[in-house]
Design a protein around this ligand. Sequence first.
Ligand code: DQA
Length: 144
Amino acid sequence: MKNRILIVNGPNLNLLGYREPSIYGTDTLESINNYISEEAKLLGIECDFFQSNCEGAIIDEIHRVRLSHKGIIINPAAYTHYSYAIRDAISAVMIPCIEVHLSNVHAREEFRSKSVIAPVCKGQIAGFGKYGYILALKGLSEMM
Ligand code: DQA
């Protein structure tokens, strides 16, 4: 099996570049994904990208890669704070997973500092903008 990983972005992240640029930056999701792909190549990792605004679609995608991918990087967006269903999907597939946030969720509204996903991940990276995905890639590549 090749070193394939899945990058998942949750609700409203399709609007990156347009959405609250003072918090999330001006890069679009497409340009961030291109940046991740380039860095991944250098590490010998192949990435698949998935974005959805729907909880069930994210869960289905996590299930789909359970035998084919060696890692998951997920920015669950607002689902971070309350989706027990996504948390259970990550536990179920037993693939190492890293949670990423563009913003420093711990320095914002109180509800954002709670993640129900982080306890089933290898770690959480927050506050480094798009570079957070690269940090996660490097972390995963050490584990693979
Ligand atoms: C986010 C932080 C979440 O609290 C928020 O709901 C998002 C984006 C981030 O990347 O900083 O949609 O996950």
